[in-house]
Design a protein around this ligand. Structure first.
Ligand SMILES: Cc1ncc(COP(=O)(O)O)c(C=O)c1O
Length: 395
C-alpha cells in the first residue's frame, strides 16, 4: 500500500477540539490556536517570502533545541537530505551506504546525486541499520577501491540507531556519517540528541511527523561551512552581487517564512506532543505485553520520541497475522500502515547492491504501524483499544 500523505495529514480536530470525523489517523498534525496566531503574525509582518525573521529565528531555536551549532531551514526533509549528500561530496563514481529499512526519500536522494546506493539490512529488534554488517561492508568497498561518500543512518520510528557501534565503524574507515533523523526530532541516545551524531543531521516537518510546518525540513551541523554551502545551494546558488550571478547549479529549497512561523509555534509545544506519543506507546506496550507472539519494535528505548508505534506479530505464536489486525481496524475506520517496504524490494531501486540478513523482509511481512499521533486522546483512544480488545476476543 502506498504511503498516503493526504490521509495522514488530514486534520483530526477542529479549533474547538472536537473531532472532524470518527476516523482515527496514523499520525495526523497537531495544530491549534498557537500555530494560527504565529502564522497570522508572520503574515501581518509582511514577510511572506522564503526568507524573513521567523525563518532565521526558527533555525536558531531548532539548532539550540537539538544542541547543534548551525541549521538551515528548507522546503522538505528530502531537500535537506539532498543538500547533505551534495555538500558531503556524494556524486557519480561514489557509493553511499543506506539502510534498506527506511522511507524511500533516504534512497532517492542518493540517486539524485548520481552516487550509487548500497543497501544494508537492519537489526531485527529495532529496525535500525545492523551495525554488525557495516565494518565488513566498508572493508570490502575499500578493498575494491570504491569511494564511500557517506554512511547514512535512519533513526527509525523516532528512536536512534546504535551509534555506540556505528560511529566507531565510520571512524575506522574514515567515512562521514549523514544522519536521517527525519522521524526523530526530540529523541536522544545516551543523553545526546538525535540529529547530532553525524557530520550532518536532517529533520522533516512533514504533516505526519512529531511536529510539522505542513512541509519542511532542517539540516543541522556543527560545521558552519557545510551549512553555509547548503544554504547557498538552497537559494539557487545565487552569488552575493546585485545582478543574478550563479557559478553553480543550485536549487529552490528554502523554507518559507510563514511555515517557519508555524514551526516556531510547534517547537514550543514539542515536548508536550512527544509526552503524549510516549503515553500512547506505553499503553500499547502494556496492552500487548499479555498477547503471545507480539512485540513493539524498538521497545524499551527511553530516548525515543515514539513517533510511530509498530507492532511485530509472529503468526505462528499469535495465531493471527498483522494484516488481519489491520483489516479489522480498517473496518472500525482506524488507519494503520504496514512496516516500510525495504528499499531493495522497491522497483525504483532494484538492481543496486544490498547486504541482506533477511531481517528487513521479515519486518515488512510481520509489522504494522498503529495510530500514534499526539491528538489521540480520551474517547478516540478508548475506541481504538476497544477495537483491539474485540479483535483479540474473536481469535
Ligand atoms: C526516514 C525519512 N527520511 C526522509 C523523509 C522525507 O521527509 P519529507 O517528507 O519532509 O521530504 C521522511 C519522511 O517523510 C522519512 O520518514
Amino acid at each position: 500500500m502506498a504511503q498516503d500523505y493526504s490521509l495522514m495529514a488530514r486534520p483530526a480536530h477542529q479549533q474547538d477540539g472536537t473531532s472532524v470525523s470518527r476516523r482515527i489517523y496514523l499520525s495526523p498534525p497537531d495544530v491549534g490556536p498557537a500555530e494560527e496566531a504565529s502564522i497570522l503574525a508572520a503574515v501581518r509582518s509582511g514577510w511572506v517570502a522564503p526568507d524573513g525573521p521567523d525563518l532565521a529565528a526558527f533555525e536558531r531555536e531548532l539548532a539550540d533545541r537539538v544542541g547543534s551549532g548551525h541549521a538551515v531551514g528548507v522546503s522538505s526533509g528530502t531537500a535537506a537530505l539532498h543538500l547533505a549528500l551534495t555538500v558531503i561530496g556524494a556524486g557519480p563514481g561514489s557509493v553511499v551506504v543506506v539502510p534498506t529499512m527506511t522511507f524511500v526519500a533516504t534512497a532517492n536522494v542518493v540517486r539524485y546525486t548520481g552516487a550509487e546506493p548500497v543497501f544494508v539490512d537492519c537489526d531485527a529488534a529495532t529496525g535500525h541499520l545492523d551495525p554488525e554488517l557495516l565494518p565488513p561492508l566498508l572493508r570490502r568497498l575499500r578493498e575494491q577501491g570504491r569511494r564511500v561518500a557517506a554512511v547514512m543512518t535512519v533513526d527509525l520510528n523516532g528512536g536512534c540507531a546504535d551509534y555506540d557501534r556505528i560511529l566507531p565503524a565510520c571512524a575506522d574507515f574514515d567515512v562521514p556519517l549523514v544522519e536521517d533523523s527525519a522521524q526523530a526530532l526530540g529523541a536522544s541516545w545516551r543523553g545526546r540528541n538525535a540529529g547530532t551524531f553525524g557530520r550532518l543531521g536532517v529533520f522533516s516537518f512533514n504533516g505526519n511527523k512529531v511536529m510539522t510546518t505542513s512541509s519542511g525540513g532542517m539540516l543541522v551541523s556543527d560545521d558552519g561551512d557545510l551549512i553555509d554551502r547548503a544554504r547557498h545551494l538552497a537559494t539557487q546558488a545565487r552569488e552575493p552581487v546585485a545582478h543574478y550571478e550563479h557559478r553553480q547549479v543550485g536549487y529552490n529549497y528554502r523554507l518559507s517564512n510563514l511555515l517557519a512561523a508555524l514551526g516556531r509555534a510547534q517547537l514550543r509545544r514539542l515536548n508536550g506532543m512527544i509526552e503524549r506519543r510516549r503515553a500512547i506507546r506505553e499503553r500499547y506496550a502494556k496492552f500487548f505485553a499479555a498477547v503471545p507472539g507480539t512485540r513493539i519494535l524498538g521497545d524499551g528505548d527511553p530516548g525515543s520520541n515514539c513517533w510511530l508505534t509498530t507492532l511485530v506479530v509472529d503468526p505462528a505464536r499469535a495465531g493471527w497475522r498483522a494484516d488481519e489486525l489491520a483489516a479489522h481496524l480498517a473496518r472500525h475506520d482506524i488507519e494503520t500502515r504496514p512496516m516500510f517496504k525495504p528499499m531493495h524490494q522497491q522497483p525504483a531501486h532494484r538492481g543496486h547492491e544490498a547486504v541482506l540478513s533477511g531481517a528487513a523482509d521479515r519486518l515488512f511481512a510481520t509489522g504494522v504501524s498503529l495510530p500514534s499521533g499526539s491528538t489521540l486522546l480520551g474517547a478516540d483512544a478508548d475506541r481504538l483499544f476497544g477495537a483491539l480488545d474485540e479483535f483479540l476476543a474473536a481469535r
